[in-house]
Design a protein around this ligand. Structure first.
Ligand code: UGA
Length: 345
């Protein structure tokens, strides 16, 4: 680390959230940067450090983005409405949160000469059926009537705005495309500390904790590649440390080796939960149609496999955690955190 690094400060918008809170811990451990965390709540950000400042505010608050961009050299934007159940139920808010609210940030970073590291999404590739490459793959979204794609479209337009500011107005940027990052403290358990359908891992955890059938949308045939949150934040810390090679780049962060169908994920989670937390208990898997589970306008990516050759090359990074490494720890974390609350119901 150079001497000037210790003077720098990084602002994490969404620093109280799942990815933001894990990233902050890693930044404090791996760098000497000062970290300013901006969020509406900080339940997930429990650590304390003299180099960590919490700013409790919404990014929509007047003057907030101006003040944090003025005070920090690097801005990492992680705020998003990012659960698929919202894309076709609250599409206007999804477009606002993932596009409109962040347009002023892009402009401010350009004008103030800040490095914007923006968390986009693997969903921008949509239904592209092959290995997804940042610089070559087309982005294939469904029709407007399939509101599932509001999120991916909003995220894609923000990427295009950032790219245009980079090419034509001198913005220093890096776009990160996370591929299904899983880990402790990800989504809530519906009815305990959140409402509505969360992402698949938390849906399955809720079913396990309540001894209910795990719901397989369209038979659980869609495939995902899951990356551990530890591998993910390791890659982002490396981006922060390597501005010269990462500026102006779009980078996939995922683990192509952890390619499983959702049915296989359910079976793995049942098997781990049964052997460690509920011996003798039987769990069933139940098929359900996508539009029945999520409502009209739902659609899905049949698979999502990242090409991570760019991340390997630029960051000297490789993901290491397999599904079997990750799942027992994540399940244990949910059990420790929620079994009391679930048991009392
Ligand atoms: C997610 C979200 O869009 C974003 O959070 C994010 O950008 C991205 O993917 C990511 O995590 O990288 P998706 O993978 O479709 O999208 O979200 P999940 O809710 O985790 O669903 C994965 C699959 O499981 C889908 O095929 C879904 O239909 C299925 N599913 C979900 C079930 O079979 N059962 C459930 O109870 C829940």
């Amino acid at each position: 680390m150079s001497a000037s690094d210790s003077k720098k400060s990084v602002c994490i918008l969404g620093g109280g959230g799942y990815l933001g809170s894990h990233l902050i811990r890693a930044l404090l451990e791996e760098t000497e940067y000062k970290v300013r965390a901006v969020d509406k709540t900080f339940e997930k950000l429990t650590l304390a450090s003299p180099r960590l400042e919490r700013v409790q505010a919404s990014i929509q608050e007047p003057g907030l983005l101006e003040s944090v961009t003025a005070a920090s050299e690097i801005i990492v934007s992680t705020t998003a409405l990012c659960t698929p159940a919202l894309y076709n139920k609250r599409p206007v808010e999804v477009i606002e949160a993932n596009f409109l609210d962040l347009v002023p940030l892009v402009d401010l970073c350009t004008r103030q000469g800040r490095w914007l590291i923006h968390f986009s999404t693997s969903e921008v590739y949509g239904t592209y059926p092959d290995r997804m490459n940042e610089d070559e793959s087309p982005l294939l979204l469904g029709p407007v009537q399939k509101e599932r794609w509001t999120y991916a479209a909003a995220k894609q337009l923000l990427e295009r705005l950032i790219w245009a500011h980079g090419q034509h107005r001198g913005l220093a940027f890096t776009i990160v495309r996370p591929f299904n990052v899983i880990g402790p403290r990800m989504d809530y358990i519906e009815g305990v500390d959140g409402e509505g359908t969360p992402r698949v891992l938390a849906c399955f955890m809720r079913s396990l904790l309540y001894s209910e059938p795990l719901q397989l949308v369209d038979g659980g045939r869609s495939r995902r590649t899951f990356v551990s949150v530890g591998d993910f934040v390791d890659a982002v810390v490396r981006i922060v440390k390597r501005p010269e090679c990462c500026r102006g780049e779009i980078i996939n962060i995922g683990n192509p080796d952890n390619d499983v169908s959702i049915k296989e994920l359910a079976e793995k989670m049942v098997s781990i939960y049964q052997s460690r937390h509920a011996s003798g208990q039987h769990f069933s898997l139940q098929n359900i149609g996508g539009e029945v589970f999520y409502g009209p306008g739902y659609d899905d990516s049949p698979q999502r496999i990242p090409d991570i050759s760019k991340a390997r090359r630029l960051l000297d990074w490789s993901p290491s955690a397999s599904m079997d490494d990750m799942l027992p720890e994540i399940i244990q974390d949910y059990v420790s955190h929620y079994s009391g609350a679930v048991g009392r119901k």
